[in-house]
Design a protein around this ligand. Sequence first.
Ligand code: F6R
Length: 256
Amino acid sequence: MLVEIFPDYETLSERAYELVATLIRRKPNCVLGFATGSTPLGLYRRLVEGYRRGELDFSKVVTFNLDEYVGLPPSHPQSYHHFMWANLFQHININPSNVHLPNGMVDDIEAHCDWYEEQIRRVDGIDLQILGIGPNGHLAFNEPGSSLGSRTRIKTLSRATRRANARFFGSEEAVPRHAITMGIGTIMEARRLLLLASGRAKARAVRAMLEGPISAMVSATIVQLHRYAHVLLDAEAASELAYNHHDGISEPFDVH
Ligand code: F6R
């Protein structure tokens, strides 16, 4: 694993931008996996700015998002569809037919999940998957106890996740109970992982992810098995690490 620690969220986001922008320039038709939530917002803002400065062309970029709430239409302000269009897609020259998110409104969720996996295979997989981590150590909505071999499917959200996301909905009760999420097995097939974590609330989960035993109870620990996992932390998120990961810094990854 390549772990880099930055003094604050802005420098972390700047580094994430540098890595994603490099990939888009070297491989204009790259397949990017996107996450929602607070953590990648600094990266998305920079991607929009990079596009406006004429540094980035998204016209051939293909995207897949990790997850979506069940029961929220794309127009709902808290749906992940809405989040991605409001924070990124509507500001760049992405081709809407290249954008993929699970649809939380379908009748046949199982068939839809199979279709989603098929779409990822059809473009020969994800080049770079951007990830956040939940305070409970989840990756996407792979809550504690998720199979480490899981594929895209419906998951019941844990109490901890609904509590953490209540800030977006006004109350915990208003947070949907289920989500469609890429599985751990799906995420692990991405050629590169770029995981971002910021703030003290993530420090315990980050420690478990990097230094704890691999466990289905902390799905993010699976990144220890990925060949190209790149983890960007700010000082607060890194504050509970025991090992000095600074010592292990190697060259940033190249695009294959
Ligand atoms: C979102 C997702 C989640 C978040 C995680 C952290 O698509 O998959 O796993 O990455 O819950 O969320 P924030 O960044 O809001 O702390």
